[in-house]
Design a protein around this ligand. Sequence first.
Ligand code: OXD
Ligand code: MN
Length: 583
Amino acid sequence: MKELEVSLSKKIDEFKQLCKPESVVICDGSKGEYDGFIRELVGNGIAKPLKRKGCYYFRSDPKDVARVESCTFICSKKEEDAGPTNNWSEPMAMKTRLMALFEGCMKGRTMYVIPYLMGPESSPMSKVGIEITDSLYVCVNMYIMTRMGKAAMDRIDRGEKPVIGLHSVGMPLSEGIKDVAWPCNDEKVIAHFPETREIFSFGSGYGGNALLGKKCFALRIASSMAKDEGWLAEHMLIIGVTNPEGKKKYFAAAFPSACGKTNLALLKSQMPGWKVECVGDDIAWMKFGDDGRLYAINPENGFFGVAPGTSYDTNPYAMETIKEDALFTNVALNGDDVWWEGMSKDVPDNLINWKGERHDKFSKEKASHPNARFTAKASNCPNIDPNMEAAEGVPIEGIIFGGRRASLAPLVMEAKDWTMGTIYGASLCSEKTAAAEGKAGEMRQDPFAMIPFCGYNMADYVAHWLSMEKTGRKMPKVFTVNWFRKNKADEFIWPGFSENMRVLSWMFDSIDGKVEKLETPFGSLPVAINTKGLNIDEKSLKEVLTIDQKDYKSESKRLIDYFTMTYGDSLPDEVLTRLSKNN
Ligand code: OXD
Ligand code: MN
């Protein structure tokens, strides 16, 4: 143990020599420390206190508003280990580039060392990390998003090796340079070294680029650990669903970024007797237990949710969660409160937009950035699951894959077996949203919603999923859903949001063998779902519940082409064989 402590302080020293900060602070993760950081941020004019108790407002540089996938690298020794969907760099070449970037990058700033734990304190599935950063904004967000401080230090003291991440906004305060509210650098690099379990992030202070516990550790590095150790690190929410008889089942669900994961995780059921509770809204670490069941933990401790579109109508539990002790970034200011598109029907007068300018409510411009975020503690959430902190995790009985597709994909379909379920995951496809740079609206293949987050070759990832099925294991049922089907008038057919409870209840009953299904070569469809009290006509319902088998055959063909073009022959044969049977 002492040996590790020594190596850790050596590492910190090494980074100190490299980055040349003015001072170093080892964070203890206490509330007192958080309050002090917030006072400093307010004092420097970086955070603005809001009328909501314990809430603060931040505004980023307009050039630093989302994850930067084009600057995100997997640095494995062999290029094929990063695979065709990741940017690859040879590790030594990247280290040379990084050393030059990080050289003196923290001049005039404080270097904060953040020990943090991903996962419940008592869980053997949890893992420990250290983020070393020059951003106080990162410190306060990490305080909310992770178990920061003692829980992590205790594990390090017991000999656990942390995943170390070095982060800098990349704006040294050299002689004569004045600081700005949101320092960042035009050159951005987010580099992952899966073989040595290291992360280096330079140039951005925003979200997944900078809060290294989230996408960098809990998905990219952890997916690589999971492959080596035989478990799954997934871009999935986790929910507990309780039926009117009080029976409970847990589901994990993958959707590409900004496709309503937080809304499903925080769903407030309107269906009599049915209840949804949230274990996590973004990431699941899952491992088969000795009893053959798949158990999941949420490595995170808070929500970093997309604010626009969130309202008391669409997501009342989210609105309750952010009433107090939350941080808001790039939303609009409404006096001393916040506002974003979709929070209310009417746009308030006198808004200040996310860029700090007066908002013209009659213009087409949005007052909040589409990727504006709230950061809030999971414990503030009214429907947090009582087993969120369970050491063994929660047993997953259903896995859901969902995309955003205007046509083709039905409201819900169930895979006949694990292989088909894996194909549902591998075929995930969605229209692009604002969570990452690039043009919204374009279609993007996003296997397992992991394209931006897989730390190794996606073809091996699919093989890893297939390898999960073993005798004696109780494989979860796999479903595919699509809340976003549109009619000819370009309107959403399905009301979505809390009405998705109807689909969850169908899946729940299907797992128990209590529903009638229509079998097709592509999966099983509901003969009916509960639409009591729902304003949807028969024709529209039929449209979302059924598939056009002819279109699905062409889709299988399209998928075969996409898989072969992207992965060559590295994808497991089973996938192509099964898809060709269906076309
Ligand atoms: C997120 C994302 O921020 O997926 O969760 O982009
Ligand atoms: Mn996400």
